[in-house]
Design a protein around this ligand. Structure first.
Ligand SMILES: [Zn+2]
Length: 437
């Protein structure tokens, strides 16, 4: 049977109409972000055509849920309409418009209802905040705000929401090894104490403390609680006295390992002191400036020297200079880290210290004295079979520095804390049924 023109038009209209309906925004929203008891009513442009507004209403016959006790309760009245920012769409900002109900709860009195897409405190939907926060881990906060036509404060809000959720929901059991270190911020005038978990195969930032005092580090143990801290078996730190005291006090059973990186750094500092002093002395007494431009020749590791620096070093070593003797002592000490047995490492350490004490080079003698005082802690490095070295802590600290550098807006401690937890804390995130990111 031939189809008449009118019937054809009718079929086309029906067919075309159903395609358009299937692609309505509310249909997509129902698919990716449905909420029990609520209906996406309709979507329209805002008057300036720059954003899309989706009105939301309660589903007929469903009760509101009390935000105080999570129980369905009768409604009381409705609050004025509020906008909740959602994930933007093809260059348009998207907002949910909803008049929140207030409920009359027997237990809680008259309170606002619970909303599944928002916690009520923020101006964004949970999905939007999670989405922004994930981007804020890949881009700087400023870039995130610019890329998605939102404000820096919204991004900060989003990160705060996600971090808070993460801190409340993270698991803290089975932490065996921690590393503690400090980091400078605010143009080097202030310090942060950072505590990392450095178990093999799992490293993360556990705690951020203001300053690097005994009180601030105590804060870590208070937050973690007795149960968690009593399970700690290894602690890695530098020789910063306040840390040492707190660790002795709070983790008396844990093996405390002194940080290799910091010892090497201390030794380099002493060597540089010797070199600078001797260089000044030579100039003062009118001798040849033998030590000119020698700084990196003696400080750098042998294998990292350039050909010219190698040549310069070989030349230097011919002279009987304090710097040369200090350099040789430093190089000699490298052997310490190659031992496997704590016993032999201990013998080497004693020998090296005795030799250095006879060297009559004051900065080096000071190092030897420090190493002697911390002998036990140094040998713990070998007792822990070199498993937990500060290399991991150093790596984490570098990441923390990158986070700080990437975010010039982080001037206050609170913001910095959020950013560090966000990028290094490996915190659990709120879950959504649909992957927007
Ligand atoms: Zn209630």
């Amino acid at each position: 049977m031939a189809v008449t023109g009118a019937a054809m038009r009718f079929m086309l209209e029906c067919f075309g109409f159903s395609i358009i309906r299937a692609m309505e925004l509310t249909t997509i929203l129902n698919h990716c972000y449905p909420h029990r008891g609520f209906v996406y009513d309709h979507a329209r442009f805002s008057p300036d055509k720059k954003s899309i507004e989706v009105t939301v209403r309660p589903r007929q016959g469903t009760k509101a849920v009390c935000s105080g006790c999570d129980k369905p309760v009768p409604g009381y009245d409705r609050l004025p309409e509020r906008r909740f920012e959602f994930i933007p769409f093809w260059g348009f900002l998207v907002f949910f418009l909803y008049c929140r109900r207030r409920v009359q709860c027997r237990a809680c009195g008259v309170v606002a209802e619970k909303l599944p897409w928002s916690d009520g405190k923020h101006h964004s939907t949970k999905a939007h905040m999670l989405w922004l926060a994930r981007w804020a881990r890949k881009l700087s906060w400023k870039e995130t705000a610019e890329a998605f036509h939102t404000s820096w404060d919204r991004v900060c809000d989003a990160v705060e929401y996600v971090v808070q959720f993460g801190l409340e929901h993270r698991t803290l059991d089975s932490i065996y090894a921690i590393g503690v270190d400090e980091i400078q911020y605010a143009k080097g005038h202030k310090y942060l104490t950072l505590v990392y978990q450095i178990d093999q195969g799992f490293t993360r930032l556990l705690w951020v403390g203001k300053e690097r005092t005994i009180e601030s580090f105590q804060g870590f143990f208070t937050v973690m609680g007795e149960k968690v801290t009593s399970g700690i078996l290894f602690v890695c730190s530098d020789m910063w006295q306040p840390y040492l005291e707190v660790i002795r006090q709070r983790c008396p059973l844990a093996l405390h390992i002194l940080d290799r990186f910091h010892i090497v750094a201390k030794m380099n500092k002493a060597l540089d002191e010797v070199r600078a002093g001797e260089s000044r002395g030579l100039a003062r007494d009118g001798h040849q400036p033998l030590l000119k431009k020698s700084r990196w020749c003696v400080l750098k590791r042998k294998e990292n020297l350039t050909a010219q620096q190698q040549f310069r070093l070989r030349d230097l070593l011919r002279y009987n200079l304090k710097t040369v003797r200090a350099y040789l002592l430093k190089e000699d000490f490298q052997q310490f880290w190659t031992y496997n047995s704590p016993h032999w490492a201990g013998l080497f350490l004693d020998f090296w210290c005795a030799q250095t004490m006879r060297s009559r080079i004051e900065p080096m003698k000071k190092i030897a004295r420090t190493l002697r005082t911390h002998r036990e802690l140094l040998l713990n490095y070998f007792k822990a079979r070199k498993e937990f070295s500060s290399g991991v802590v150093e790596g984490m600290n570098n990441k923390a520095k990158v986070t700080m550098r990437r975010s010039y807006g982080f001037r206050t401690f609170r913001i910095l804390e959020l950013a560090l937890y966000h990028s290094l804390g490996k915190l659990p995130e709120p879950t959504l049924t649909h992957e927007f990111f």
